[in-house]
Design a protein. Sequence first.
Length: 361
Amino acid sequence: MSERNYFKIAERMAFRAVGTTYPNPPVGAIIVKNDSIISRGWTQPKGIPHAEIHAINQVKNKKDIQGAHLYCTLEPCSHEGKTSPCVNKIIDLKFSKVFISQVDKNPLVNCRSVKKLKSAGIRVVIKNFSDRVKELNDIFFNSLIGNKPYISLKIASTADGKIATNSFKSKWITNSTSRMIGHKLRSLNECMIIGTGTIRKDDPRLDCRLDGLSNRSPAIFILDRNLDLKKGLKVFSQKNRKIYIFYSDKIKKRIPKLKNIEHIKTREVNKEIDIKTAIKKISSLGYTRILVEGGATLSASLLKENLIDEIYWFRASKIMGNSGINAISNLNIDEIYHLKKFNLTNSKIIDGDQLSVYRRK
């Protein structure tokens, strides 16, 4: 098998882990000996174990690893965290060569593992496996170093961009297949952010209801400026999920301590939670991928601040007209050159609905 094919397989392993590895990056690894793959690994839920160790653990007789090649989509860790440094295990097991797609920009690593491997007599090759791997790693780096998680906005609307009637009826605008893809999106993101309006009107659970993926329901961040939401709502009934509530720093209410709910005092601007501050806080907690399923106001506030990286827009083959609620509220744009610019990267028909995927330019 060619080196390029090994790169592709390691890449596939990394993408298996997307959405599950918080607070670690999703990484893929394969072990190759005598031109055969003897093991595959990917970062396990919550980052334990890391991809390299997961691959190593699949090999029963560790002596078989001696002289093998290791392919990793990211530089192995060299620092002590929840687990011991992966680089030490790689050295101990006497790998002969390590291929790395990208050096880890985390200041705790950043070439330390490469130097340590070389000092131990192990050949190291740094070579970009693919643009997809680079993009995957950059999402982690941007959040870790720049406090900018990757934010995806999901919209389900009529063909003319309405998400509900004026009486807030929205079930169901899109079809069941589109809704299943929406649940898959939830499974690929580590957390969601939502406003109180959507929760009050729809009383959603915000979980992933696909067979076999229910354990991949993301953490939830709620913008509840005045702490008005009642704890009897469905979203609060799931005791095994982490829920964070952003509230205004002007609120003086006594906040009860609840097992799975954490309250975060946040500055407000123009009687709204400052969304930029909220996003930075989410990033500081280790979350790198955010799915937005809020209403028109939340979508607009994120777009105004140029925080949306990708839009998944599901449009049903239905027309509502002016009596409906727009998918995005007022952006206060008066000039054409102020329009928010996105590239259409994918489009497909889903049983009569249309899914368009846009990425920020």
